[in-house]
Ligand binder design. Structure first.
Ligand code: PLP
Length: 355
């Protein structure tokens, strides 16, 4: 059995892949593939309705919020958020916690003034800045909840009275959140929700229509709301597989149950990193991500040796991102505790054979 610690795209339970593959040949005994049925058919309408309902239920999305399945990835949201929320000549506040936050704020700068309230670039984004102040005259405050590359996570929504926009691409559905704390949540699907190609957007209806901008249709949230995420041909397969995965999540007991499992998995791995003299974590302890665990060794040859052992033990995708080096173990919802234990066993074995 392979243990997939890859950061994406699309780490889902095997049973979801099994159901997804069956529907490519024969979707619900229609004799047709899910890929060929009309996206306007009642069969596909049932899929998108169920996917929407599952998001609403699993995250307890309150009334007054719309749920959208869009294309363009989280990267398109970097532009769509300011276009929809920032008036011409307006200002937005951004917290800079890494590559994705930087990309988001660079896009916003194309449409107005950006106030970077704090940045952790001084320590290669190994921590989450605290104690910054957010200007009261900004149109919104944007932050990245989980920094996939650096292994840091913001667990509590920063305190502000401004509308809050959050990129939850790599931690949505991994822990309970209070949707009412946010005005716009977006997430590329491809970590805990489904395959690449669909982006989840949860938007508070009454923040829209205030930027005064003339928007291209595809970049206008309101138009997508009016069209029920079907203004144009939606990414049917990505939505379908996301729906299957959300069913799996619900059957497991929902986000609260997954959160407990994720806490146990992350704690076990961080405990071993802290105990084992060959490894050390790269993120500030209080900001450690439960989704992406980043760690290094003292010497590069040892890292190559550990990677070789990991390969032998079927531990896939643990090489760190080039901007941090070392290792990154992504421990998304679909990765079982037994896989985390397999990695811990390999770390112990390495220690035993290198004393
Ligand atoms: N934001 C975060 C936190 C990410 O981890 C990623 C990709 O890994 C992105 C944004 C970019 O997402 P996409 O490739 O869907 O544009």
């Amino acid at each position: 059995m392979k243990h997939n610690f890859g950061a994406g795209p699309c780490i889902l339970p095997k049973e979801v892949f099994q159901q997804a593959s069956e529907a490519v040949i024969d979707f619900n005994n229609t004799g047709l593939s899910i890929l060929e049925i009309s996206h306007r058919s009642k069969e596909f309408e049932a899929v998108i309705d169920e996917a929407t309902q599952l998001v609403r239920e699993l995250l307890a999305v309150p009334q007054g919020y719309s749920i959208l399945f869009l294309q363009g990835g989280a990267s398109l949201q970097f532009a769509m958020a300011p276009l929809n929320l920032l008036p011409e000549g307006g200002k937005a506040a951004y917290l800079d916690t890494g590559v994705w936050a930087t990309k988001a704020l660079k896009e916003a700068k194309k449409f107005g003034t950006v106030d970077v309230v704090a940045s952790s670039i001084d320590k290669n984004y190994a921590y989450i800045p605290k104690g910054y102040s957010i200007p009261k005259d900004a149109a919104y405050f944007h932050y990245t909840a989980n920094n996939t590359i650096y292994g840091t996570e913001v667990f509590e929504r920063p305190a502000t009275d401004l509308p809050v926009v959050v990129d939850m691409s790599s931690d949505i559905f991994s822990r309970e959140i209070n949707v009412a704390d946010y005005d716009l949540i977006y997430a590329g699907a491809q970590k805990n929700m489904g395959p690449a190609g669909v982006t989840l957007v949860i938007v508070k209806d009454d923040i829209l229509g205030k930027s005064g901008r003339v928007l291209p249709s595809m970049l206008d949230y309101q138009l997508h709301i009016n069209g029920g995420s079907m203004y144009n041909t939606p990414p049917v397969y990505s939505i379908f597989v996301s729906m299957l995965n959300l069913r799996w999540l619900k059957a497991k007991g929902g986000v609260a149950v997954l959160e407990q499992e994720n806490i146990i998995k992350a704690r076990a791995l961080y405990d071993e990193i802290d105990r084992n003299p060959f490894f050390k974590g790269t993120a500030a302890i209080e900001d450690r991500s439960r989704m992406n665990v980043t760690f290094v060794m003292d010497s590069p040859e040892l890292e190559a040796e550990f990677l070789a052992l990991a390969k032998e033990r079927n531990l896939i995708g643990i090489k760190g991102h080039r901007s941090v080096g070392g290792f990154r173990a992504s421990i998304y919802n679909a990765l079982p505790l037994s896989s985390v234990n397999a990695l811990i066993d390999a770390m112990k074995e390495f220690e035993d054979t290198h004393q």
